[in-house]
Write a protein that binds this ligand. Structure first.
Ligand SMILES: Nc1ncnc2c1ncn2[C@@H]1O[C@H](COP(=O)(O)OP(=O)(O)OP(=O)(O)O)[C@@H](O)[C@H]1O
Length: 222
């Protein structure tokens, strides 16, 4: 819902656009429930005030790494922040302790190498840039500290990147769990090779779809 109280003539706002989803602009006039907006792309748009959202003019151009830092947590604010980060190849963003991943549609090997895993090992959650390894590390640490099994839910539309994300979670957990090899293969390799079997049986149903992934972090005692 838009906070209509914040919208006055001269306000910087977001307004819906049939092609770009949201465009930003400045309020020229308010007439009853209708707002006329001069968009920065040159268009003049008239919209119902309930569909016009205030824009945070002080947000950093590169976005924020945790959406709880945004002044307005509405749809255009969230999408704009994710888009600004994606432009800079920052595919991960937190919303509190939830990680949002945007599919990069390109290989980013430097993001997932051993050096990166070492960086996130034991680092306090939120201390480093948002990353899937930070989530895996938090789940792993909690399992060790509380002596209880844990789980990580990976949810999203088809093609969003659930399988890739789950693979990275498993890679990190296998890396943390031990490196002793059997028949020349490391635990990490063996766990990743089991992924197709887990995919066949391990998908989790959520209210969003039937095809979420759940990574279980089992506590097997000391
Ligand atoms: N983190 C990533 N790094 C590089 N490529 C990625 C990443 N995430 C997704 N992709 C690319 O997007 C494609 C689709 O992702 P993925 O198979 O993980 O989607 P999915 O959510 O599991 O889809 P479905 O629900 O249909 O199985 C991958 O094959 C890969 O090319």
């Amino acid at each position: 819902m838009a906070t209509t109280d914040n919208i006055i003539v001269g306000s910087h706002v977001w307004v819906e656009d049939p092609v770009l989803a949201w465009i930003d602009g400045e309020v020229l006039r308010i007439n009853g429930g209708e707002v006329r907006v001069q968009a920065t792309n040159g268009k003049t748009v008239v919209a119902n005030i309930s569909k016009v959202f205030p824009k945070d003019t002080e947000a950093p151009p590169g976005g924020v790494d945790d959406m709880t830092k945004l002044s307005y947590l509405h749809e255009p604010g969230v999408l704009h922040n994710l888009a600004a980060r994606y432009e800079l190849n920052e595919i991960y963003t937190y919303t509190g302790n939830i990680l949002i991943a945007i599919n990069p549609f390109q290989r980013l090997p430097h993001m997932y190498d051993t050096h990166m895993m070492e960086q996130y090992k034991g680092a306090a959650f939120g201390e480093l840039s948002p990353h899937v390894f930070a989530v895996a590390d938090a789940a792993y640490r909690q399992m060790i500290n509380e002596g209880k099994s844990n789980s990580i839910l990976v949810s999203g539309e088809s093609g969003a990147g659930k399988t890739e994300t789950t693979k990275m979670l498993m890679r990190y957990l296998a890396y943390m769990g031990g490196r002793s090899g059997v028949e020349g293969r490391t635990v990490e390799q063996q766990v990743l090779e089991s992924n197709p079997v887990l995919e066949a049986f391990g998908n989790a149903k959520t209210v969003r779809n039937n095809n979420s992934r759940c990574v279980l972090v089992h506590y097997l005692g000391n």
